[in-house]
Design a protein around this ligand. Structure first.
Ligand code: NCD
Ligand code: ZN
Length: 427
């Protein structure tokens, strides 16, 4: 007998279809016994996975911490979030990694993984297959995790190839950034940020690393791609990449309107590039949708453009925005479920992303109609969203490994209900 049987309607390539699934010991099983919970309206869908978030703990918990970050994730239907290591101090060795795992077990509302940062000594690789994944920063951004020597990039690829874990790269060649900065006549102008971080900087890093990854078997993954040429390079070498909501839903016209709130690395690109990225995403050439949730407070953002920090919040809106686009007919629902659920599950090797026996029992119940985000309360500690004008289909209920996290729009999971999810060998 399963512990629980849930019934409702799901969305498939063929349209809405009835679904009934059992849940036992945190996993989906064949339904067995009577229905305990029937959802008369709305849709039951897999919960999302966000493979790229910044929860700022330790170091910058006035912006976010694991508890507030996972609350925000829950309200957006994300049952598993994988955080980046550019905290203060950085999560760059086994000890820091274990510390953060303990913090997750004490305070998270949903499951959390962590990309271990590649530092100059490369201690992170001592984690081997226990790391959720590895993260290489080839160019400067928030935090001080930076490896700017191409020889070190190659070494990181080779070290990652000795493990089964993915190596995500923040691709911006610092030499190209320096060159662009030198040629810039008005470095304090808002538009200068994008000129000083040109897409060539991204493309160049991956052109260098992708062939080496393909020949060594390293699972190289391009984080937050901002140019279609990067997508081509990754596709050519059979490697994965992700795009963010801000790179497909916003362009440089929005940056003019929103100012520093839309300042981010890599920068939001032109109205010419944005639709090309969106098309590559809709075709599936960009397999993964990831938010790069990078909370900064409005006080911090309220500075001259060249001084304001880069990054914008997004873990709470990524799945609702994508689902609303699917309901509006802008993208196929199957592509949204692939990019928000199945592909990130594959990237991170977790049995998630499908409402099918054997998978962890993570699901959302969403309404049939989206709402305008407007001034909707956001649960990230930074308290704002760049998507006020957009439609979002927000979940009313969220289940993670068989337990309710969100019920009727309220967070019911206790801090610590979330688990730390490392690589397959994590103990
Ligand atoms: C991120 C942050 O603030 O941590 N900022 C950003 O502009 N994306 C760091 C990063 O992912 O580059
Ligand atoms: Zn990031």
């Amino acid at each position: 007998m399963s512990d629980l049987v849930v019934q409702g309607t799901t969305l498939t390539a063929e349209g809405p279809e009835p679904i009934e699934i059992g849940i036992q010991d945190g996993r989906f099983v064949e339904p067995d016994g009577s229905v305990d919970r029937r959802f008369e309206d709305g849709y039951l869908l897999p919960a999302a996975i966000d493979a790229h978030v910044h929860f700022r703990e330790p170091g910058d918990t006035h912006k976010e911490d694991i508890q507030t970050g996972t609350a925000s994730a829950a309200y957006g239907g994300v049952g598993f979030a994988c955080q980046m290591p550019n905290t203060d101090p950085a999560i760059a060795d086994a000890e820091a990694y274990r510390r953060v795992a303990n913090r997750v077990e004490a305070s998270a509302h949903v499951d959390v993984g962590t990309w271990a940062g590649v530092g100059p000594e490369m201690e992170c690789f001592e984690l081997g297959d226990r790391a959720t994944g590895y993260k290489l920063y080839s160019g400067p951004t928030t935090g001080d995790l930076l490896l700017d020597d191409p020889e070190d990039w190659i070494e990181a690829v080779e070290r990652a190839a000795e493990t089964d874990r993915p190596l995500a790269v923040h691709a911006e060649d610092p030499r190209i950034l320096t060159e662009a900065r030198r040629g810039e006549e008005d470095p304090q102008a808002p538009a200068a940020h994008a000129r000083m971080r040109p897409p060539e900087a991204e493309v160049r890093v991956l052109e260098r690393l992708a062939p080496r990854a393909a020949s060594t078997g390293a699972r190289l993954h391009a984080a937050h791609v901002s140019d279609p040429r990067t997508v081509e390079v990754m596709n050519e070498h059979g490697l994965t990449c992700e795009v963010t909501p801000h790179h497909v839903f916003l362009d440089s016209k929005d940056v003019e309107r929103m100012g520093t709130r839309a300042k981010v690395n890599p920068p939001i690109r032109s109205p010419h590039t944005r639709p090309k990225l969106w098309d590559a995403f809709r075709r599936g050439d960009i397999p993964v949708f990831a938010s790069d949730h990078a909370p900064h407070t409005l006080d911090e953002k309220d500075q001259p453009f060249h001084e304001a920090p880069s990054g914008l919040p997004g873990v709470e809106t990524i799945y609702p925005l994508a689902l609303a686009r699917a309901l509006a007919g802008n993208i196929h629902i199957e592509r949204v479920l692939d990019a928000c659920c199945r592909a990130p599950a594959e990237l991170l090797d977790v049995p998630l992303g499908r409402i099918e026996p054997g998978h962890w029992a993570n699901l959302v119940h969403v309404p049939e109609e989206p709402t305008r985000i407007g001034k909707r309360t956001m649960h990230t500690r930074c308290g704002w969203t760049p998507y006020e004008d957009h439609q979002g289909l927000f979940p009313e209920d969220l289940m993670v490994r068989g337990d309710w996290v969100l019920e009727d729009g309220d967070l019911v999971a206790k801090p610590g209900q979330g688990q730390f999810v490392g690589g397959p060998a994590w103990d």
